[in-house]
Design a protein. Sequence first.
Length: 382
Amino acid sequence: MFVKVAVIALSLGSIGTICGAEGGVAKSNPIELNNRGVLLTRQAKYAEAEACYRQALDAWMHVANPDSVARDRAHTLENLGSLMRDTGHYPEAEKDLTQALADLEHAAGNASLDVGEALENLAALYRAEGDRGRAEAAALRADSILEEPARTYNRVLLGAIYNEERRFSEARAMLEPLLSGATEKLGFAVNADLAAVALSERKLDDAERYARTALQFAASGAGPSKVGLAALYNNLGQLYRFQQRYEEAEKAYRKAIDLWTVACGTEHPYVADGLLNFAAFEHERGRDRAAEDLYRRAAGIFERALGADGVETLVARNELGEVLRAEHRYVAAEQISRSSLAAMRMKLPMDDPRLLRAQSNYDRLRSETKRASNGKASGAER
């Protein structure tokens, strides 16, 4: 997440009582409020950081000539939007980041580095929302603007988007050149994402090799946040599942969910991502009651974060319908599967893997209910 530290000096005087600083409540100007928010964000004190950013935005509006500080106010709005994204408040994050981008385009020009960084923040949000088309478009535009080292991290993001779009060769082409000389957090990120690509391609030995290297970076003490480490353990769970190392898979899934919960809280969509994969694992193992509970929890989290028609909400609900089918609860399965599939058709391109899987799930349900209906009719005739 990019956060912007304001460096210009304004003679604004005391704006008023502001967010709680350590040691008491302070008075400051919007630059100091913004920078305090940045510090608190880095310390993972998100509620306090949010308060600082909001009070900074309000303070900017009381400057004698607001146009003169439009760029700085846009940076604060971008910081708030990025914080809202990373704390799982996606609709507000999109509103803030979209406005910040428009303000920066007006204040700094469409090809400015400020705009490139705002585009990368928006791309990360769109990816989190499951909107891969807009994520790719924003990241590609950012890539045409950014300079190093920011461009490198944007290309890590692009590689992750391409992997989710199942464009594996493009994902590897984006990520593999970054391996050379990658250390600390970048080394972790590139290896973790290459592990995800190899996993998607079912190149399990390569996936495990990259994942182990990423874990070495994490163990060095200069690696990822708990959020990044949770994503890696989630993928290790997938890897072990495909290798039929079921005990290790379950431990990895649970560790990922625990890490996300500690870092983000129980209601964050990252936690729902972990619940989805763990639910699929439980379903494959024939533990459908456990899978049903996990899918319901995931769908609830996504709905509260993204709305009832969010792509990830619909995916979770469709998978819940698949479990209900396996439990022979056909009426409930039909209702959930049909409604989620119809909504996904409105939101996703016809070749999107999520839509194709939802269609396959529904076809399986229809075939099975037809057989069940025919069986009852045959029994009645006998």
